[in-house]
Design a protein around this ligand. Structure first.
Ligand code: PMP
Length: 361
């Protein structure tokens, strides 16, 4: 064997992969963790105990149910998936983005999304060998319709991702605009409803009305981020194709059993989401009152805000030094200059954040 390890990597790893940066997750030890849109609440002691009992019954020596039949049927009802529509599950919705793109990937195929949006659409498009086209949102974060329609006509995207509500801007796009995008698209439109629990609208009831529409959900933002369970719903013929590229046993037995258990305690999850929505409004009001801060209304469990008097990187570092970790979006793109994103935590975490922010401004 000749050549250094460096040379071997250059020879064998695709250039576009070498150019990527791995998804960075900062260390949050010892910090108030408001960076990742997690639900801050755990379950009451008695519910945790019942859960442990369920887990004891799981046969870890056996492979999981490859089709996750029981949890799929339960999700069909819980998520109000319209009759006649199918669903497949992923190890988080991240995996479902990957499954979708692997099924349609070819060197000329395009993935399109309005930007700024969830960064994994572009990353996964890149590593599945597709081209990503971003269409900038308007300054008020609504869809730039003439530009969207033009880009659809020019690029004929295989897949369009619309995060509904959008991350990191927190808003819902207009239903009429979305409907026009779906109608104009020759390929798939995936409505990514990761933040559905905190929003007032969904496209779930539109499934089947358009043969190119899929709706994606996740249990991550509802207090189950550690489980890794995402759901993609839509017409059976699409999902039958995607199912061929899904790895067998992608949903572990512990996840299947835990998710099934959690969904029998739906009222608890719903109550936590209701509390988070209520606290989001208080946090928004408090942020809006701060001088030098512009906060945007949100239909999610996070709030995007811009700091106007001090450099956002400094504010972010100063918050971290005061024990609060949020997300710095300042370097992302022109539209997010000066912007930071905070996840809605418990009332006391939100207070700690607000105090730290006031001191940091
Ligand atoms: N979609 C959007 C819009 C997101 O913001 C996120 C996570 N931040 C995901 C999907 C991925 O969620 P998960 O893989 O945990 O289901």
């Amino acid at each position: 064997m000749t050549g250094s390890l460096d040379e071997k990597i250059k020879r064998w790893v695709r250039p576009e992969i070498r150019a990527l940066k791995a998804y960075h997750v900062p260390d949050a030890s010892g910090l108030v963790k408001l960076d990742a849109m997690e639900n801050p609440y755990s379950w009451p002691e008695d519910v945790r105990r019942q859960w442990m009992e369920v887990l004891q019954g799981v046969a870890l020596n056996r492979y999981p149910d490859p089709d996750a039949h029981r949890i799929r049927e339960r999700l069909r009802t819980t998520l109000d998936v319209p009759a006649g529509m199918e669903l497949i599950l992923g190890n988080g919705s991240d995996e479902l983005i990957q499954t979708t793109l692997m099924a349609v990937s070819n060197p000329n195929a395009v993935v399109l999304a309005p930007t700024p949006t969830f960064v994994m659409y572009e990353m996964i498009a890149t590593f599945t060998g597709m081209k990503f086209v971003g269409v900038p949102l308007q300054p008020d974060f609504s869809l730039a319709m003439p530009a969207m329609l033009k880009a659809i006509e020019t690029h004929k995207p295989a897949v369009i991702f619309l995060a509904y509500p959008n991350n990191p801007t927190g808003n819902l796009f207009s239903r009429e605009d979305v409907a026009r995008v779906i109608e104009a698209s020759p390929g798939l439109v995936v409505m990514d409803e990761a933040y559905h629990a905190f929003a007032d609208h969904s496209f779930m009831d539109r499934l089947g009305k358009h043969d190119n529409l899929l709706v994606m959900r996740t249990l991550s933002k509802q207090g189950l981020a550690g489980l890794r369970l995402g759901v993609l719903a839509g017409p059976a013929p699409w999902l039958a194709e995607f199912n061929k590229v899904r790895l067998p046993y992608n949903i572990g037995s512990l996840t299947q059993a835990s998710a099934e258990f959690a969904l029998t305690h739906l009222a608890l999850l719903d109550e936590q989401a209701r509390q988070i929505r209520q606290d989001r409004e208080q946090l928004f009001q408090a942020l809006s009152r701060l001088r030098g801060v512009q906060a945007w209304p949100s239909q999610t469990n996070f709030i995007l805000f811009r700091v106007e008097k001090r450099h956002a990187d400094e504010v972010f570092e100063s918050l971290r030094a005061r024990g609060v970790l949020i997300k710095n979006l300042n370097s992302s793109s022109g539209m997010l200059k000066g912007c930071l994103r905070v996840t809605v935590g418990t009332p006391s975490e939100n207070d700690a954040f607000l105090k730290a922010l006031e001191a940091a401004l």
